[in-house]
Write a protein that binds this ligand. Structure first.
Ligand SMILES: [Cu+2]
Length: 163
């Protein structure tokens, strides 16, 4: 086995470090946390591989509750979404039209090229896996839809309220 890896690395001209293994053997070890501020609250997100904030490939997962909605937006890099469980609806365009969305069930896939306006929402909830080339970023078509522009109770420490 080691010889095969060595031969492959030599044939491809790769440094042997490129054969390092990145494995999540037990999904129970995945560390979930709140979503980045550019996504609506209520989801749980985990980095599976890479760093979505840096250059290079990344794999992340998100647990989305029922009724979770991401308003029309674009990304600076291609986005690739695999639905792992539940289902999610995806639509293209600058206006959220639930009737025009396509339901993607567990095992299905949705890809959005960089700059393509799209939106997505769940009915009963879903677990999705997103992969692509970082850095991941999201730009909403309407700034008012951007969660970063919405004040939240968590974002305002008590000390600031007194001013
Ligand atoms: Cu997207």
């Amino acid at each position: 086995m080691r010889r095969i890896v060595l031969i492959c690395a030599l044939l491809l001209g790769l440094p042997l470090a490129a054969t390092a293994m990145d494995i999540t053997a037990d999904p129970a070890t995945i560390k979930w946390g709140p979503p980045p501020p550019g996504l609506p609250p209520g989801a749980q997100v985990a980095v599976i591989s890479g760093d979505p904030g840096s250059n290079g490939p990344y794999v992340v997962r998100a647990k989305l509750p029922r009724g979770y909605t991401i308003a029309p937006h674009t990304h600076p890099t291609d986005e690739n979404v695999t639905v792992l469980s539940g289902s999610m609806r995806f639509g293209m365009g600058d206006k959220l039209d639930k009737k025009k969305a396509t339901v993607v069930r567990a095992g299905g896939f949705f890809g959005a090229e960089q700059g393509m306006q799209h939106y997505a929402f769940t009915s009963r909830g879903a677990v999705i896996q997103v992969h692509g080339m970082g850095p991941f970023a999201i730009t909403y078509v309407n700034a008012a839809d951007d969660p970063r522009n919405k004040p939240t109770a968590q974002a305002a420490p008590a000390a600031d309220k007194k001013k």
